[in-house]
Write a protein that binds this ligand. Structure first.
Ligand code: ZN
Length: 693
């Protein structure tokens, strides 16, 4: 009998190592991880994986799941476990040394994946296993992993001739590096600019929370007065509330010219050439594989299968939104007219907020006292307790990367531990902007039992100010629910194989279904009562305020819809028929898209595309439409709850079973139909956005 490769024992051996990145015995020891650990850990895992792989391939025996696919899965999991804390810390606790180590490692990991993806022996082995009689006896998750592997082999150039294969590999490595540079430029440009105000009159219009945040930032950096930055919470507050128009303009210009040849740091971190090269290389890679363009290539792994269908979908939504968006803009112009005859881009959030207050007598700031952080989190847990029967408890004394980070454990109605997660809530220096969920540990079944999945939930909410708890605005609450939805998808999976457990193997245009689905509860009175309490008195949100929140929900929703559609169409066209080596610039294509879709044309120096990390550094290339597509899915899924009751005792568990537990084992369309009883329809989304009544 041939020995079966035992990854478990390799993992145990590594535990003796003093390098914390090679310790897989439990949660990552974040406080012990140093940039100098990265390279040796990676060296070792890559070397050991490579030689283990050769041993597997040298063996002459017939290959099957247990002696081939599972060991390969274990190796890739081991690499993921080693790299996950590095990539995570690079996002939440960036430093020059860590960034260097990260960038040194990235292309090597990319090269490693490409060499597997192009290894004819492995490809042949997978084909043989898929053709063997034993294949039919595998369970659906195992078969899906093999099916995906065969698809990915083709898409990674396994069937290419040697020279083309070599070129494809070069392209992938170069793209990985370019994406990383793109992201760094955005981060550096964001951090490099600040607005320090020392005259209190310049703060006119700003709410107390924004002033306090700016004061705190200034104090931290030892500067006088109030410091505003291009980080999300600071920038948005300034653009929404600051009365001084010239200062808003200054801030706007700095923000929309980040990483470009325009604005206050013109040329310093310019992503212009990187974008062109990324597009050229993607085009070339797609052509090597015989695709007409990169969009076709990208859709091979998605739920919507053709670029034509995507464009039709986006144009249809645009057509349904445009006239209403035009009216929304006219309404805003008319409202602002006496103060501001020519409405510019830096006036839009400002006057929109004023108009919102006028129409609904309501401001985002009015809600903050009702959303103290602990109440929001407890309330969110109460919501999933009622929906899915889950119970969540905080665990103390867990090693993290910052004192503000919390750690939780999630159990189901049968008291089985289903997952654990880190929650890193607040914006701070050296932390990437935005919000995201990332995998720390994935679920799988081992001889010792089930490996419990662990997630990272990261937000950039307003931090606590002095003694006062962090008070969220409603948007920050929605963001938290969104990321928690991703986290539930990762943690509630019942799939026993990492390759299709949780969000693994889920098509990108369906992966936002659970996250956007969870957002719906932030708008329901019954759910809000669980998470909104005045932090001073404990009183629930007054009905009158709730009514205002709901009435204001679709304020300018058509304008927002068009903005998303503009980004999505731009992304799709950029990867469909745009020739980066032709006469037309990226800017010209964006201008064209705007002329088609937008009601509002920004100033000519706007270089939004230069910080569009989603498509240049984040895996959404020819896939940004997926947000809207998944909104169709999530709105339609939620409409079943509207029909049955939002905490219906059968519908919640059905959603958990049909969608959240299934991971990537089946096509997303099949999962959706299993839950909804039919294919998705667009009506619920239009109704939720107020585009039809
Ligand atoms: Zn998301």
């Amino acid at each position: 009998m041939r020995p079966v490769y035992d990854c478990e024992s390799t993992m145990r051996q590594s535990n003796n190592d003093s390098n914390p990145l090679l310790d897989y015995s439990g949660l990552p020891r974040f406080s012990k991880i140093r940039p100098e650990h990265v390279r040796p850990a990676l060296d070792r895992v890559l070397t050991e994986n490579r030689s283990a792989r050769e041993r597997l391939l040298e063996d002459g025996a017939a290959l099957d799941w247990h002696n081939f696919v599972q060991p390969l899965e274990d190796m890739s999991e081991r690499l993921a476990r080693t790299w996950s804390p590095v990539s995570h810390l690079n996002g939440v606790k960036n430093s020059v040394a860590l960034r260097e180590a990260y960038n040194e490692g990235l292309p090597r990991i990319s090269a490693y994946h490409t060499e597997i993806a192009q290894d004819e022996r492995i490809y042949r082995a997978f084909k043989e296993i898929a053709a063997a009689p034993i294949y039919a006896e595998l369970d659906p998750a195992q078969r899906k992993i093999i099916e995906n592997a065969l698809r990915d082999f083709r898409l990674n150039g396994a069937e290419l001739a040697p020279a083309a294969k070599e070129r494809f590999k070069e392209i992938q490595q170069r793209l990985t590096l370019l994406s990383s540079h793109f992201q760094e430029h955005v981060l550096d440009a964001t951090q490099a600019w600040e607005l320090v105000l020392t005259d209190e009159r310049d703060l006119k219009g700003l709410p107390e929370s924004a002033r306090a945040m700016a004061r705190q930032t200034a104090e931290r950096d030892g500067s006088p007065g109030w410091k505003f930055t291009l980080d999300g919470p600071s920038y948005l507050a300034f653009m929404t509330y600051a009365d001084k128009r010239a200062l808003r303009e200054k801030m706007y210009e700095a923000y929309v010219t980040r990483a470009s040849e325009q604005g206050p740091h013109a040329g310093r971190w310019d992503n212009g050439a990187i974008m062109v090269e990324i597009l050229q290389l993607r085009r070339e890679a797609a052509a090597l594989l015989g695709f007409a363009n990169y969009a076709e290539y990208s859709l091979q792994r998605k739920m919507v299968k053709s670029p034509k269908r995507v464009i039709e979908f986006l144009r249809d939504l645009a057509a349904r939104s445009r006239s209403r968006a035009g009216r929304e803009l006219e309404e805003l112009r008319a409202f602002a007219h006496d103060e501001c005859a020519e409405l510019e881009a830096w006036d839009i959030p400002y006057y929109s907020e004023k108009l919102r207050q006028r129409l609904y007598d309501f401001s985002q700031e009015d809600l903050r006292p009702y959303f103290p952080v602990d109440q929001v989190i407890d309330g969110m847990f109460a919501v999933v307790s009622r929906l899915f029967g889950l119970r969540i408890e905080q665990l103390k004394d867990v090693d993290t990367w910052n004192a503000d980070v919390r750690f939780y454990e999630l159990r189901d109605a049968q008291d089985e531990i289903r997952g654990r997660f880190y929650l890193d809530l607040y914006a701070r220096r050296h932390k990437r902007g935005g919000a995201w969920m990332d995998e720390c540990i994935s679920r799988k079944r081992t001889p010792a039992g089930v490996q419990v999945p662990v997630a990272h939930l990261v937000c950039n909410a307003s931090p606590p100010l002095g003694e006062q708890p962090s008070l969220f605005n409603h948007t920050e609450v929605v963001t938290l629910f969104h990321e928690f939805g991703h986290g539930l998808h990762h943690m509630l999976t019942k799939v026993d194989y990492v390759g299709v457990a949780g969000i693994n193997g889920v098509a990108w245009d369906a992966v936002e279904l659970p996250s956007q689905f969870m957002e719906n509860w932030c708008w329901q009175r019954e759910a809000l009562d669980l998470l909104a309490r005045d932090y001073r008195s404990g009183a629930p949100m007054p009905q009158e305020l709730y009514n205002k929140l709901i009435r204001a929900r679709n304020f300018q929703s058509a304008m927002q819809m068009l903005r998303q559609l503009e980004f999505a169409l731009f992304d799709m066209c950029l990867h469909l028929d745009y020739d980066p080596e032709g006469d037309k610039s990226i800017q010209a294509l964006l201008d064209e898209t705007r002329r088609e879709v937008a009601v509002l044309i920004p100033p000519s120096y706007n270089r939004f595309q230069n910080s569009f990390t989603h498509i240049f550094a984040g895996g959404y290339a020819a896939g940004y439409y997926g947000y809207k597509w998944a909104e169709v899915l999530s709105a339609d899924a939620f409409s079943k709850f509207e029909e049955q009751g939002i905490f219906d005792r059968e519908t919640g568990p059905a959603f958990m079973h049909d969608i959240l537990e299934q991971g990537g084992t089946r096509e997303p369309m099949d999962l959706f139909v299993a839950f909804r009883g039919r294919e998705p329809e667009i009506e619920a989304l239009l109704r939720h956005c107020g585009l039809v009544s």
